[in-house]
Each structure stands twice: as C-alpha cells, then as structure tokens.
Design a protein around this ligand. Structure first.
Ligand SMILES: Cc1cc2nc3c(=O)[nH]c(=O)nc-3n(C[C@H](O)[C@H](O)[C@H](O)COP(=O)(O)OP(=O)(O)OC[C@H]3O[C@@H](n4cnc5c(N)ncnc54)[C@H](O)[C@@H]3O)c2cc1C
Length: 392
C-alpha cells in the first residue's frame, strides 16, 4: 500500500495534521482510541488553547523556534474551528479556554475534519521498522495481527513524549529522530508534582493556598499550591516543575496578595490582644499555620510584636525555601520537557533538515508549553505548519 502521507500517532497533533495535509493520508496509532490524552485533559473538559498564547509561554533550547508556527496558526484560528463545529466553551481563568460539555467534542471535531478530507485512521496498529530508500519511506506496520509495509512520500512523526506510559506514551519519536540523524535534547518529566522523601506534608494533604513559587533561575508563578500526601501539587507547583532542576530549592511566598506586614501592624494598634495566628488565619489555613509553627515563632499576641519580629515573620512566610527530593515523574507528568532538537527542523514546516519528507510535530519536539492550554496550541500550530507544507 502506498500513501502520500503517513502520520504516526493519532493524538492532538497527528489528527489535526491529517485534516490539513490534503488527501491520501493515513494516520496510525497503537491505541484503541484516537486522542486519548485529549479525552482526559483539563479534567475531561480539555483546556484546548489559551487566548494569550505567545512564544514566551514555551520552553525550548531555541526560544524563538515556536514563533513562526504559532503566528501562522494562532489560538484564534483554532477557536474559529471550535466555533464552526458549534462546540460551546468558556474561559476559566488566565485566558484558559475549556469545553463547556466534554473534551470528547474536540476529538469528534478533529475526526470529522479528517473525514472531510478523506484521511484514514488505523488504530491498534504497531509500528515496526522504518527506512527511506532515497525516494519513499517504508514503514512496517502490524494491524489485527497482519504485518504489512506501507510506503509514503511524507512521514509525519506525531508520537508525543514519554509522559503517562499507561496511556500509550513510548518515546518512539525520539528513536526515529536519532535513526534519521536528528539530535534529541535531554528529556524529563514536566508539569508534574514535587515529592519529598520524608512525606512531611502528609498532615496537610488537601490544604490549598495561593502562592508564588520561584525557582533558582528566577522564574516565578503565582497560582494555587496544593499539599498532597507525597508533596506539593497545584498549578503553581506544576508550572515551577518545568524550571526546577534536581537538588535545587524552590522559594515559596505564601498568600502573596496578603500584606502580612501591614495587617500585623494595623492590628497591633487596634486589636493588640488578638493572637498572631488569628490574624494570619484570615489568609493562611490554620492547619498550615500549625505546621509552620514548628519552625517559625507564631506565638503570642500581635500587640507584643516588635517591628523587627513582624519583619522576620513576614519574610519567613514570604521566603519559605523547600528542597523537593524529586517529582512524580512520567507516571503523572502532563508533558515531557525537551525532545527533537529544533536546530534540526525547519521552524516554518517542521520538516527535518537532514531528511526531505520527514516531519516532527507536537510534544515530540523540544517545545514545551506552560500549563494552561499552551501545549495543545503547540500541537495545533505545529500540525498545521507541517500539514500546509505537505499539501502545497
Ligand atoms: C492528564 C493530562 C492533562 C492534560 N491537559 C492538558 C490541557 O488541558 N491543555 C493542554 O494544552 N495540554 C494538556 N496536556 C498536554 C497535552 O495532552 C499534550 O501536550 C498533547 O496531547 C500532545 O499532543 P501530541 O499529539 O504531540 O501527543 P499525544 O497526544 O501524546 O499523541 C501521541 C500519540 O502517539 C501514540 N503513540 C505513542 N507511541 C506509539 C507507538 N510506539 N506506536 C504507536 N502509537 C504510539 C499514542 O498512543 C498517542 O495517541 C495534558 C496532558 C495530560 C497527561
């Protein structure tokens, strides 16, 4: 069998590329269903893009690489598509757009777009050897127990990263890249909770608080922090995990919008007999204050505090340095940081510089978005970049 374009991976990037690559496209995936990560994303409602997307929301060894694809197929282009399919959506927070009803609506939309151009989809299909004979790609596939070779003029690798192996992630994209002489940058789990070997936060599990987390490189995220049995989670923590390196501290400012210094000083004048913890508990959960009291002196009434003690207390709550022992790893990570080296790809088409007709798109590439719909936007934009180049 011969096709013009063979797309490996029926995830967000692969499905969207199929609809944009013109006719005679075959998409293959070893999963039982297409778009499994879309289905579970955003708590089942898929945070499908972010209205504020720019290249600054992505991490890559080349921070400029994503610019071209993001500019040529923007968040507004994808929102248009969602609107054309009558999918109702809402903005949750910080420009994050979610389906009103279900992430399955996005999968149905992508499949309908594929159908409209006559692209085929083979699920439960194993991918074997791949080679290029100087003119076409030969890809060994095993479908329903039957082995066959499919040849293709174009091969699009949309196999994602290594996160959540239980959902079918394999890292095969990196092996294919290396086979064709492309480099792969170091990969690691990102958008992932921090763990602490002593499980010291167990008593706080379930407690949440607004926080600003700053990693050693100075990157700061201000969102919710959630204590878990094994460590720290919540949006602020997931975001910071993409910038954190093993062995480093994370600096935490608790309740950053609560002016602790001003509140304590004002109560000292008006309400001196109030306990310090009572004033702080208006913005910091009492369970967390109990926990912190082991290390920070929170005793006494506010009327007894000197300016210096107020200063010490404020900075202790604003500069809480913690050293995670690690992260939950690929088991729960939303994305893989790193991937196919962008130096080896065209930023306009995603085509490999070393091999004509070979494309890498989506999470497999060393472009990793923040939490908040950016990773899907990269999947859509990079898919259209490759699709448009192929259909030309
Ligand atoms: C729990 C969770 C929630 C998320 N929520 C959001 C969100 O709300 N917003 C957002 O922007 N991002 C979110 N993400 C990230 C987002 O899902 C990914 O960035 C995106 O799916 C990447 O798309 P992709 O097509 O590149 O890869 P994938 O969607 O991972 O697709 C890769 C496909 O390749 C197939 N495959 C892999 N290896 C093989 C193999 N060896 N043989 C055959 N097939 C193979 C897989 O089965 C899969 O179908 C979330 C991720 C997770 C894990």
């Amino acid at each position: 069998m011969h096709v013009n374009t063979l797309i490996l991976g029926a995830g967000a990037a692969g499905l969207h590329c199929a609809a944009n690559a013109g006719g005679d496209v075959l998409v293959v995936d070893h999963a039982k269903a297409a778009g499994e990560k879309i289905r579970i994303s955003g708590g089942g409602r898929c945070n499908f893009t972010n209205t504020g997307t720019t290249h600054a929301n992505f991490i890559s060894a080349n921070p400029h690489f994503a610019k071209s694809a993001l500019a040529r197929y923007t968040q507004w282009d994808f929102i248009d598509l969602v609107d054309r399919h009558g999918i109702a959506w809402h903005e949750k927070t910080l420009g994050q757009l979610f389906c009103d009803v279900s992430a399955k609506d996005i999968i149905a939309m992508l499949l309908a777009e594929m159908d409209a151009v006559g692209a085929q989809l083979w699920l439960k299909t194993e991918i074997g050897n791949i080679r290029h004979d100087g003119s076409v790609f030969h890809v060994a596939l095993k479908r329903d127990g039957t082995a066959q070779i499919v040849t293709a003029d174009n091969l699009v690798v949309a196999l994602g990263g290594k996160s959540i192996p239980k959902m079918g992630a394999t890292g095969l994209a990196y092996d294919i890249a290396r086979q064709f002489g492309l480099k792969v940058t170091d990969t690691r789990a990102a958008l992932v909770p921090f763990t602490f070997s002593d499980e010291k936060f167990k008593p706080l599990a379930g407690t949440a608080i607004p926080a600003r987390l700053t990693t050693s490189d100075g990157t700061a995220f201000e969102e919710a922090l959630l204590f878990t049995h094994r460590g720290l989670s919540g949006p602020a923590v997931l975001q910071s995990s993409s910038y954190w390196r093993d062995g480093e501290d994370v600096n935490i400012a608790l309740a950053p919008n609560f002016d602790i210094d001003a509140a304590l000083k004002s109560h000292r004048t008006t309400d001196g007999r109030k306990a310090v913890t009572t004033i702080l508990s208006t913005h910091i959960p009492a369970r967390l204050l109990d926990f912190l009291a082991d290390d920070i002196d929170l005793s006494g009434n506010v009327g007894d505090l000197s300016d210096a003690r107020i200063g010490d207390l404020t900075s202790a709550l604003r500069r809480w340095a913690l050293k995670p022992s690690g992260t939950e790893g690929y088991r729960t990570a939303e994305v893989t940081l790193g991937g196919v080296d962008t130096n080896d790809l065209s930023s306009k088409t995603m085509e490999a510089k070393a091999q004509k007709g070979l494309y890498f798109i989506g999470e497999a590439v060393d472009v990793t978005g923040w939490l908040g719909g950016y990773n899907f936007q990269w999947a859509w934009s990079s898919a259209v970049a490759a699709g448009a180049a192929i259909s030309r």
